[in-house]
Design a protein around this ligand. Structure first.
Ligand SMILES: Cc1cc2nc3c(=O)[nH]c(=O)nc-3n(C[C@H](O)[C@H](O)[C@H](O)COP(=O)(O)OP(=O)(O)OC[C@H]3O[C@@H](n4cnc5c(N)ncnc54)[C@H](O)[C@@H]3O)c2cc1C
Ligand code: FES
Ligand code: FES
Length: 499
């Protein structure tokens, strides 16, 4: 059985399809149709809900944090012990007056931020999360960031952005959800007997192990079970490819997989820890990685998606892999035989083929302490700035001494069947002087490292050319940062002119 709180109602579910999403459960089993289905692939945000989770700080104090997620990507079983808040709970009572509405709803009405209204429930939930988590208006940039995963096809975004600001001009409404959740959690602790939470539907099962030991035992019992963490890739397999797994094991609540440690600059990131829970620590040491993590999907995707899911999915266009490879990160693979550690760079074999054995699970990533002379550049080329997969992702890390490049690790996504190091480029950089011409020269090795393909995202020619241009750009960023600041537009023109 799984237990969670839906708005203010405690829920227990046991008999249910293990692959049911929260969106389908809300709409088909609970009649809560305020949450809309637009795309069912995480791209439109119409299905956005708030998910509350209990957090315990270093002093042992607990609090509830509310984040947006796409309910079309979230498996129902992953809701165990959480608080699901839907648009129906934002304002209660029949036929409320305008002034009775929650400030974000009232502002959206007053600013004419809705026309057909299909996107509106999702936009309300994203604005509500911002309102709850930011006590004062955080500025337009933060609003745009919060709405990066919400599409509106008719209104245009100006009235919506205005509404986000206007919501803060009304009397502030206290957040009522944490108190409900704390009460629910207290009752859950007394009822929950420590068994592994599960769902079943005939022979089909969903398990939510809470510890690594439980996970390993389940994996031994069901060697061909499908693993899921945040579900942002897996749920698409279910809805688009009609995958119908018999057994699903979720890693999302395995406590050893959800840890984060900064050991004097060496980062240890649990494989099932969502992006939004570790990126700030990552930025403390590698602020350049913002370019990738801030643009990885949307807030909703970053609140669910994990590093284990990205690397486990082994997509050639996932953004974290080039970063982890360039930083020489390693990963722990857990099985009943114990844990083995490998370099992320050695994980990928061929398209979607990896060295992961059938009884293994990725448990943790270790990112080495930043070397003192390290220069790092991360670039993502995609058609849309937000919520779009990379056409090309290039990460270059170099170390230098006395104006000479002593080490180079360059990794790229979108250029081959796997995320891959550019070893010819690296060799051309090592022992060269730290000047722009070294990077332009190294870029000529691109054809020795990669033979990219043409697909819907771009042609092979575009991929090769943009990669060369990025290397030139990185040379300017590393060696002539002042020139880059003064000539930002000129550099951009160089990139596009030569395509
Ligand atoms: C709208 C949208 C936008 C996106 N944008 C981006 C983007 O800009 N950049 C980007 O890189 N990605 C993007 N993604 C892809 C996705 O969000 C990421 O790959 C994410 O990190 C997947 O993590 P997850 O926990 O949700 O994986 P899941 O969907 O839970 O799992 C994915 C796969 O990995 C396996 N797996 C999960 N955890 C483990 C583990 N610990 N060990 C072994 N196998 C495991 C699962 O079995 C499954 O096959 C996007 C996805 C969506 C839906
Ligand atoms: S229905 Fe479009 S993001 Fe979920
Ligand atoms: S108001 Fe119609 S999609 Fe946004």
């Amino acid at each position: 059985m799984i237990q969670f709180l839906l708005n203010n109602t405690p829920i227990e579910v046991q008999e249910c399809s293990p692959s049911l999403t929260i969106l389908d459960w809300l709409r088909t089993k609970k009649g809560k149709v305020g949450t809309k289905e637009g795309c069912a692939t995480g791209d439109c945000g119409a299905c956005t809900i708030l998910v509350g989770e209990e957090r315990i700080n270093a002093n042992g104090q607990t609090s509830w944090q509310y984040k947006t997620m796409n309910s079309c990507l979230l498996l129902l079983g992953n809701a165990h012990a959480k608080h699901i808040v839907t648009v129906e709970a934002v304002t209660t009572g029949l036929y409320p007056n305008l002034t009775d509405l929650h400030p974000v709803q009232r502002a959206l009405v007053e600013c004419h931020g809705s026309q057909c209204g299909f996107c509106t429930p999702g936009i309300i939930m994203s604005l509500l999360a911002l309102y709850i988590n930011e006590p004062t208006y955080p500025g337009k940039k933060a609003v745009i960031h919060a709405l990066g995963g919400n599409l509106c096809r008719c209104t245009g975004y100006s009235p919506i952005l205005l509404a986000a600001e206007k919501a803060y001009s009304y009397e502030r409404k206290a957040e009522p959800y944490s108190a409900m959740a704390a009460q629910f959690k207290a009752s859950l602790n007394t009822q929950y007997d420590g068994d592994i939470p599960f769902l079943k539907n005939g022979p089909r099962k969903f398990y939510l192990p809470q510890t690594a030991q439980q996970l390993v035992e389940l994996k031994a019992l069901y060697p061909y079970a499908h693993l899921v963490a945040g579900g942002t890739d897996f749920a698409i397999e279910l809805s688009q490819n009609m995958l119908l797994p018999d057994v699903i094991i979720s890693l999302s609540q395995v406590k050893e997989f959800c840890t984060l440690a900064d050991n004097n600059g060496e980062l240890h990131i649990g494989a099932a820890l969502p992006y939004s829970q570790f990126v700030e620590v990552f930025y403390n040491h590698y602020p350049e990685s913002k370019e990738l993590f801030e643009r990885l999907g949307s807030s909703q995707v970053r609140n669910s998606g994990t590093l284990g899911g990205s690397i486990g999915n082994a997509s050639p266009i996932g953004d974290p892999a080039p970063l982890l490879i360039a930083l020489n990160a390693s990963m722990d693979l857990l099985s009943s035989a114990g844990t083995r550690t490998i370099k992320v760079a050695d994980y990928f074999i061929d398209y979607k083929k990896t060295v992961l054995k059938s009884d293994e699970v990725i448990s943790k990533f270790t990112i080495p302490k930043r070397p003192e002379s390290l220069k790092l550049a991360c670039h993502k080329i995609s058609k849309r700035f937000e919520d779009d997969i990379s056409t090309v992702c290039l990460v270059l890390a170099i170390e230098h001494s006395q104006n000479m490049i002593t080490q180079a690790r360059c990794a790229m996504g979108g250029m081959a069947a796997i995320p891959k190091r550019a070893q010819h480029i690296e060799q051309k950089l090592i022992s060269q002087s730290l000047q722009v011409s070294s990077f332009i020269d190294a870029a000529t090795a691109i054809n020795s490292d990669f033979t990219p393909m043409s697909d819907v995202r771009s042609s092979a020619h575009y991929r090769t050319t943009v990669s060369k241009n990025l290397l030139q750009r990185i040379g300017i960023e590393f060696c002539e940062p002042q020139a880059r600041n003064n000539n930002n537009i000129a550099i951009t023109r160089i990139s596009h002119a030569s395509l």
